[in-house]
Write a protein that binds this ligand. Structure first.
Ligand SMILES: *Cc1c(COP(=O)(O)O)cnc(C)c1O
Length: 238
């Protein structure tokens, strides 16, 4: 077993235990292996160990990697998720190349991704990144801005909003993230109460290497795990 395969097995086991503690089915949690800053060989190694979903945070870094993976005969069922901030001038390209984008924070960005997906004849799953009030992060939509994004999604043909994404501020220990995860769930509940289509609120993308077990306990359906699988990054990749 390779080092990456061993770490993947360990992360999957920890997800299963966290799901068990919360009385959840482990199969309801999708593991996204965040391969940013790592070469395509690492992706191949993980895919050979059965990993399906991969996350990248920069369009310009990801596109050559995706091409190299596909042209190298990489497993056709592999799915690519863009998890990092997306600039509007790269949104069409992202829409044409990724299977999912987790960082949608405006109606105009959604529309550009839709155009890119239309050009490529593809369909992209979108998650709306939420900036919880009072948070010091730069990106994400405020709760008051979400309705406009959902309205734009209803008109789009090549993208579907499937849920919400959270990137909480860095905290010292995993428990520090728990209140943020709970707040995202509270936001979701308020949106459901306001009559937003539940299909647009199915998924909750939250939890990273440091705190994915807490996120699973709280209800994450997608966890984005990088360093716990691929090892330490020599630069942040942010
Ligand atoms: C890098 C990154 C991750 C994964 O971080 P790790 O701490 O390596 O697990 C998750 N989400 C986003 C948005 C990221 O940029």
């Amino acid at each position: 077993m390779t080092a990456i395969a061993a770490r993947l097995a360990d992360v999957r086991a920890r997800i299963a235990r966290a799901a068990g503690r919360a009385g959840r089915d482990p199969a309801s949690v999708r593991l996204i292996a965040v391969s940013k800053t790592f070469p395509v060989e690492h992706v191949r190694e993980a895919a050979a160990a059965g990993q399906i979903d991969f996350g990248e945070n920069k369009v310009q870094e990801a596109l050559p990697k995706i091409d190299a993976f596909r042209s190298g005969g990489g497993a056709p069922d592999v799915r690519w998720h863009l998890i990092g901030h997306l600039q509007s001038n790269k949104a069409k390209k992202a829409g044409a190349s990724f299977d999912a984008v987790h960082s949608v924070d405006s109606a105009s960005l959604l529309q550009r991704i839709d155009e890119g997906a239309a050009t490529a004849g593809s369909h992209v799953d979108l998650l709306v990144q939420v900036d919880l009030a009072g948070e010091a992060t730069k990106f994400g939509a405020r709760e008051s801005e979400l309705k406009e994004i959902f309205a734009a999604a209803e008109l789009a043909k090549h993208v579907s909003v499937v849920g919400l994404m959270l990137l909480p501020p860095a905290v010292e220990d995993p428990e520090g993230a728990r209140p943020y995860f709970r707040e995202l769930i509270a936001v979701r509940k308020r949106l459901l109460d306001q009559g937003i289509d539940p299909r647009m609120l199915d998924e909750l993308s939250m939890g990273m290497s440091q705190d994915f077990e807490v996120a699973v306990e709280e209800g994450a359906t997608m966890v984005r795990v990088g360093s716990a699988i691929f090892g330490h990054r020599t630069y942040s990749g942010v």
